[in-house]
Design a protein around this ligand. Structure first.
Ligand SMILES: Cc1cc2nc3c(=O)[nH]c(=O)nc-3n(C[C@H](O)[C@H](O)[C@H](O)COP(=O)(O)OP(=O)(O)OC[C@H]3O[C@@H](n4cnc5c(N)ncnc54)[C@H](O)[C@@H]3O)c2cc1C
Ligand code: FES
Length: 271
């Protein structure tokens, strides 16, 4: 983990038909840190005092370029922190702490198929994972859902990586793919599986709850990347605690999403 100042190379803003706004932020980091799939950084504009606390963002890309790292983040603009990110211009400086958190476990993918499931701005957490699965020749399918076609974050990047035939889309307004929630095509694909599969998911809590239930009913392992609100990102504030099953009288203990996660096995979560 390093605490550094990165420089903005690109910050492209878009708005979807559902009026949600997103940014794609590319940063040049002077230290070639190694980033694993699922890890995240805490970032905020270097200039100004607002917001005081950095915001958690999953690494969408982390490509080494000589002695630099080019990192890309995709963010939904929802409040003060992400509004501040949206105001960043080329060459502005960004405070960056990372990489943080654990990673997806690829150990159980041998001989299996990987089913990646994203809701809206949850997809960045899965992009480096898709790249590693692809590099290991593990058959990988990507399911992404959102309110409208413009809410399917980084869809083109996944199509470029995996091919359009391996990508399934679902939108609530029916503007692209299946009409409804992404968990419906996921369930249909599981019903037709010809080999064991592992599910990896990131997105809004209701989607993750549904994915966890589908995984349990289908007897498939699932690894879920959680997006709890975070103040510090490295284990000090305990603001990101989630209940995890435990063999104690209460039946659960709290773990920290920032240091024990953000990736948890679905069956361990005491939701
Ligand atoms: C490990 C991790 C990785 C993440 N990766 C991404 C990513 O790649 N792209 C992305 O768009 N977002 C990501 N998030 C969520 C992102 O951190 C929050 O959206 C951001 O902190 C909101 O800050 P804000 O100041 O703009 O909004 P705030 O003013 O803090 O909140 C605005 C609204 O968003 C809700 N909110 C705030 N934080 C979160 C959160 N962590 N999860 C869900 N709802 C929240 C609040 O309840 C409120 O309703 C990630 C979160 C975590 C923990
Ligand atoms: S965010 Fe502070 S302990 Fe996890």
């Amino acid at each position: 983990m390093i605490d550094t100042i990165a420089r903005v190379e690109e910050n492209e803003l878009t708005e979807s038909a559902s009026r949600r706004r997103y940014g794609r932020l590319r940063l040049r980091i002077k230290v070639p840190i190694a980033v694993q799939p699922g890890q995240f950084a805490m970032i905020r504009p270097h200039a100004g005092e607002e917001p005081l606390l950095r915001r958690a963002m999953a690494f969408h890309r982390a490509d080494r370029q000589g002695d630099h790292l080019l990192a890309e983040f995709i963010y939904q603009i929802v409040g003060r922190g992400t509004e501040a990110l949206a105001r960043l211009r080329i060459n502005d400086e960004v405070d960056l702490l990372g990489p943080l958190g654990n990673t997806f476990d690829l150990g159980e993918t041998a001989g299996t198929e990987a089913l990646l499931v994203a809701g809206g701005a949850g997809s960045p957490a899965l992009h480096m994972l898709a790249g590693q699965l692809n590099a290991r020749a593990i058959p990988t399918r990507f399911f992404i859902g959102g309110a409208s076609s413009g809410d399917l974050c980084a869809l083109a990047d996944f199509i470029e990586l995996l091919g359009a035939e391996r990508v399934t889309t679902a939108t609530i307004d029916g503007s692209r793919g299946v009409t409804g929630f992404v968990t419906a095509p996921l369930e249909a694909a599981i019903a037709r599986l010809e080999r064991p599969a592992v599910i990896y998911a990131c997105g809004p809590d209701p989607m993750l709850h549904r994915v966890a239930r589908i995984a349990a009913e289908s007897n498939l392992p699932a690894q879920l990347s959680l997006e709890a609100p975070m103040a510090c990102g490295f284990g000090i504030c305990v603001g990101c605690a989630v209940p995890v099953r435990h063999d104690c009288p209460e039946g659960f203990i709290y773990q920290k999403v920032c240091t024990d996660g953000p990736v948890f096995r679905s069956e361990t979560l005491a939701w």
